[in-house]
Design a binder for this molecule. Sequence first.
Ligand code: OAD
Length: 237
Amino acid sequence: MAKIYRNIAILTGAGISAESGLATFRSSNGLWNNHKVEDVASIEGFQHNPALVHDFYNNLKTEIQQAKPNAAHLALTKLQKEYPAEINIITQNVDTLHEKAENQNVFHIHGQINQAVCLNCGQVLEAWGDVDTETVCPHCQVMGMMKPNIVFFGENLLCMDKVEDILRKCELFISIGTSGVVYPAAGFVQLAKYYGADTVEFTLDTTANNYLFDKHIFGKAGETLPPYIEELIKNAE
Ligand code: OAD
């Protein structure tokens, strides 16, 4: 008899958004949208050239605003609606495609493109418009201290208390479209497995932490995830 899971954790990475037209990180010679990751996604890069970093995320914001969720995001919506379990989504993605697909319980551990944080007062603000080195914080009125609310290399991840709780409780851990290179997220599967979860990954290429998964499903998530989700739902009926 197929197993019924009471608690499911889903970890997503750039691969789940690839079919929505957004670039992954490690697909083009270590460049991300033609920039070195360390130039646009590290604290040192931001300190060195904040104008370039703002420009980069302002452009990415426009691209993300236009992107639409794909069949993989929508399969998760279906899972959350129809499967009788607590289902949490931990995402490394700064895009908002899970929200656009009306996914619930989404935790953005690497931040969100549509937010900025003031380095002077710590206030996090909704910011779909451009943010730059002259933006004034509406909370503390100080100019030039806004940073995209993206977790750069060298910074702590967000929502980690909640994430640890999710990983301990889950009985099934599903990883979708992440290369398993960037820690701590790459270690989440290990924690889930340690606490007894079944583990499955959806990926195009072999991942760096593949030995921690019980099952590997290769191919585009937009094609491979929907039938898997259908099967899970059918088994729970
Ligand atoms: P990567 O670019 O490292 O990995 C993308 C993964 O998705 C690879 O394993 C691909 O095989 C897989 N993939 C690509 N297209 C796919 C598709 N259509 N269906 C299924 N899988 C597909 O992206 P991440 O693992 O998300 O951090 O990168 C982790 C972090 O590195 C990012 O969150 C980012 C970056 O530095 C921050 O921005 C803080």
